[in-house]
Ligand binder design. Structure first.
Ligand code: HAM
Length: 418
């Protein structure tokens, strides 16, 4: 095939049916779950003042390396959103909805990351956030919402990893202990981790490099540094998850790619994905973020699920396949008149999925197209039918019976056959 003048950029894709239909159905499923739990939708803009995102913390790759930021024609420094949480917090600070504010979202995000399977520069998320409550029950209900969503998709192998990163007040003592440990063992760490250690020692815990394994395994744990309050809250989250039957694994070294997390943090991983990309979703508390964006000191908690990766996990598990998008009726007409046009329009107006061929194709070519279309019924109008004021109704599955029907009774007949 000849190459087109332009191709999609690295890390971006065209989604055509049936994949695009799967995304649509997946988002609809998520919307149903979120609405069952009292969440209303937010549709924030896809680009914001770059500050909305840089205040997430410059130590994370998402902010320091992967932002699509540029100056617009008005001289404003803006960025395409790399995630929704910052926009939701900015919207909260700006709009001040009544708390607790429960909101869900879906749409594309942009990160200048190294593209590979399951990692794209434009990728979709669905997610939910609750702003204005410290109640650990909120953490549990959010996790349970995501869990129910995965269960209803039929994904069998999703595992919930759970940790607490405590409050910011305890963070310096913990970071100091981490740094001491990593410095003492620097010689055994990879070069990358030695560099990361100086900027953000927490991220070293997330290293997947084999060489770092033994040093990371011996590193001090945030769970040992939790305040009494944070420890009690974490205990309540765990009791709540047990009470509602959501299984979890404690993951005391779990840190996330963004820096705003406090207290409960979690990730959903799927063994159906490649080792580097096992996270199908994640989230946690971010009790200081709204204030950092100039809003009131309200706490927040939420999660986002990667749509593309969730669908890859569905593929691996053989669940949530593409839906049948074929039409019900294919109209075949070889007259010079407007029969085909009138029939498809009448069918569609009656709520029956209908399509046809164009460009005056032969009867044979049109019948071939009708068979290929997956339609259950073909309506055929040749010169004979046109003269007699009838339409031949042919069933395309099974035996393939054909009967003439009065033109004005076609819709009724089609309905009786579907
Ligand atoms: P995140 O872990 O950066 O968290 O992203 C959530 C999910 O989005 C990931 O688990 C993954 O499935 C998907 N994802 C992330 N980057 C890519 C990519 N480059 N290509 C494909 N999929 C990707 C957040 O975004 C937070 N805002 C979650 C949150 C909400 N925390 C609190 N509230």
């Amino acid at each position: 095939m000849a190459r087109a003048d332009f191709q999609t950029l690295p890390g971006t894709r065209d989604l055509l049916e049936p994949e695009s239909g799967r995304v649509r159905r997946l988002v609809a499923r998520f919307a149903t779950e979120a609405e069952l739990a009292g969440f209303g939708q937010i549709v924030p803009p896809m680009f914001e003042d770059v500050g909305v995102f840089t205040r997430l913390g410059e130590a994370s790759d998402v902010v320091s390396k992967e932002l699509y930021s540029f100056e617009d024609k008005g001289g404003r420094a803006i960025a395409l959103r790399p995630e929704f949480t910052a926009s939701v917090c900015r919207a909260f600070a700006e709009q001040r909805p009544v708390v607790p504010w429960k909101t869900w979202y879906s749409g594309p995000n942009f990160r200048y990351d190294k593209p590979q399977k399951g990692r794209y520069r434009q990728f979709d998320q669905v997610g939910a956030e609750v702003i204005g409550s410290q109640d650990p029950d909120v953490d549990v209900e959010l996790i349970s919402l995501a869990w129910r969503f995965y269960q209803r998709l039929g994904l069998p192998d999703v595992v919930l990893l759970l940790n607490s990163l405590g409050d910011f007040a305890q963070r310096p003592a913990y970071l100091a202990a981490l740094r001491t440990h990593f410095e003492a063992n620097a010689a055994d760490l990879s070069e990358q981790s030695q560099a990361t250690m100086a900027v953000n020692p927490l991220r070293v815990l997330d290293s997947k490099r084999r060489q770092d394994g033994p040093v990371v395994a011996e590193a001090p744990l945030m769970l040992d540094y939790l305040s009494d309050d944070a420890a009690a809250a974490f205990d309540r989250v765990q009791r709540g998850l047990k009470a509602v039957g959501v299984p979890y694994e404690l993951a005391p070294r779990l840190v996330r790619g963004l820096d705003y997390y406090t207290r409960t943090t979690f990730e959903f991983v799927s063994s159906g994905l490649d080792a580097a990309q096992t996270a199908v979703g994640g989230g946690g508390r971010y009790d200081g973020l709204i204030e950092a964006l100039g809003g009131p000191p309200e706490p927040g908690v939420g999660f986002a699920l990667g749509v593309d990766r969730t669908l890859l996990a569905c593929d691996a598990a053989g669940v949530f396949g593409p839906a049948d998008t074929s039409v019900d009726v294919w109209v075949v007409a070889t007259t010079e008149g407007t029969e085909a046009l009138e029939l498809v329009e009448e069918l569609r107006a009656a709520g029956i999925r209908a399509d046809r061929s164009y460009d005056g194709r032969s009867m044979k070519a049109q019948m071939k197209a009708s068979n290929r279309s997956g339609a259950a019924i073909a309506l055929i109008v040749g010169e004979d039918e046109a003269a007699a004021g009838t339409v031949s109704v042919r069933t395309l599955r099974g035996e393939g019976r054909q009967t003439p029907v009065e033109r004005r009774q076609v819709i009724e007949k089609v309905r009786s056959l579907l």
